[in-house]
Design a protein around this ligand. Structure first.
Ligand code: SAH
Length: 174
């Protein structure tokens, strides 16, 4: 459901594949690991940056998260919105810039970034709820999976969880 039909035969391989607009669907292991690191449960409000194919979004909606997802490529936004509607997945989709997050809907219990970020965008840390977690791959060619945890007093700590490879987080609207 989430791959271009030409890649259908490979849908159950643990690899990343091209989707529209020069982007990729993350490898299933990466989706699983980021989901695990997010530590969210049914009813939690979650923000995803990089809707892409909608696969990670579908996983989070299946868990029962109230999901907000931002995509910066119009082509992908339109295709994926239609697809998730057809599959009856209920979430709030936005065409826009993930660097800014969604201040109107903050705070979020979890924020997950699914593109390689050059740095940790400050608005995303600000939009985390107390007790919330931001999972974000940071780096240029190779990224370190960072988890930023905000405690109940608002204090922030940082964890590293290995290296991954993502398409870069885009700066300009397309
Ligand atoms: N979660 C997706 C992964 C797609 S790859 C999936 O499950 O398929 C990363 C996605 O992030 C791409 O679709 C890309 O267009 C999007 N993206 C890149 N920079 C962005 C930004 N600044 N804001 C929002 N989305 C962005």
């Amino acid at each position: 459901l989430f791959l271009n039909s030409s890649f259908e035969d490979f849908a159950y391989q643990d690899k990343a594949f091209p989707i529209a607009a020069g982007q990729t669907i993350s490898q299933p292991y990466t989706v699983a690991r980021q989901t695990e690191l997010l530590q969210v449960e049914e009813g939690d409000k979650v923000l995803e940056i990089g809707t892409g194919s909608g696969y990670q979004a579908a996983v989070l909606v299946e868990i029962g998260c109230k999901l907000y997802s931002i995509e910066r490529q119009k082509e992908l936004f339109d295709i994926t919105k239609l697809k998730l509607q057809k599959l009856s997945y209920k979430l709030n989709m936005f065409f826009g810039d993930g660097y800014k997050g969604l201040s109107h809907h903050a705070p979020f219990k979890g924020i997950i970034v699914t593109a390689g970020a050059p740095y940790i965008p400050r608005p995303l840390v600000e939009q985390l709820a107390p007790g919330g977690r931001l999972v974000i791959p940071v780096g240029d060619d190779v990224q370190t999976m960072k988890v930023i945890c905000k405690d109940e007093t608002g204090k922030v700590t940082l964890e590293d969880h290995g290296t991954f490879r993502f398409v870069p987080m885009l700066g300009k609207k397309n």
